[in-house]
Design a protein around this ligand. Structure first.
Ligand SMILES: C[S@@+](CC[C@H](N)C(=O)[O-])C[C@H]1O[C@@H](n2cnc3c(N)ncnc32)[C@H](O)[C@@H]1O
Length: 222
């Protein structure tokens, strides 16, 4: 799965098992299942991420799924978005230690950075919030015709059913449940894919985004 990045993946697993646990970023019970449940399960998301696009991993925590994805996909430009300082410090250290030049760490909440981050092709997320709430944070960060890929467990179909109306108000034109990592992880990972049309986040967010971008431009000029 990791190819040439395997040594870096081993290093990341070591950092999670050591500093990740002592600094309270992951539970000690996760250590024996780091590879299968965390690194592999996240890396297989790569199967559905298009070539060379920009990605924002919302609520990245200790770097999941953003870091495994970055390890297998040097062609992507990845932003790890995370509000908690303790976690962004760890993420910054990982990025530097592993030499991941194509990864940037940004501290903030998705709903607060809207308009200051460049809109992205793909938003990824795992274990951040129920789908409808996650979509409210993640979808407005997308550029037109971008997509949100949310790693979800067994509840994916049910969550999607309950969130359809919220998704459509956010400008989602197509949403489905995909299985990724067949033959690599058992069971395969479940992903909710939500593709937006021309106006990600709907009109309300488009206005908010435009206003924030104008304020940002004015700030830079001063
Ligand atoms: C349960 S952790 C999951 C972390 C990681 N994605 C994983 O799968 O291990 C949820 C993360 O989402 C972050 N988070 C919560 N609300 C957020 C928001 N509005 N915008 C961005 N991140 C958020 C939290 O700080 C936390 O690190």
């Amino acid at each position: 799965m990791f190819g040439d990045s395997f040594p870096a993946a081993v290093r990341y697993a070591g950092l999670l098992a050591d500093a990740g646990v002592t600094r309270g970023l992951i539970g000690p019970r996760e250590v024996p299942r780091l590879w299968e449940r965390h690194l592999m399960n996240c890396a297989v998301l790569s199967e559905v991420v298009p070539e060379g696009v920009s990605v924002c991993d919302v609520g990245s925590g200790a770097g999941l799924p953003g870091i495994p994805l970055a390890l297998v996909r040097p062609d992507l430009k990845i932003t790890l978005l995370e509000p908690l300082l303790r976690r962004t410090n760890f993420l910054q250290e990982v990025v530097e230690l592993l030499g991941l030049d194509h990864v940037t760490v940004v501290r903030g909440r998705a709903e607060e950075v809207l308009g200051t981050l460049q809109p992205v092709h793909v938003v990824t997320a795992r274990a951040v919030a129920p789908l409808d709430r996650l979509a409210g944070w993640g979808v407005p960060l997308l550029r037109p015709y971008g997509e949100m890929l949310a790693l979800k467990g067994d509840t994916a179909e049910e969550e999607l059913k309950g969130a359809r109306s919220a998704l459509s108000k956010l400008g989602v034109i197509d949403a489905s449940v995909l299985r990724v990592g067949e033959g690599v992880v058992d069971p395969p990972a479940t992903v909710v894919r939500a593709e937006v049309g021309e106006s990600p986040g709907g009109v309300r967010f488009a206005t908010k985004r435009a206003k924030a971008a104008r304020a940002d431009r004015a700030r830079r000029r001063r």
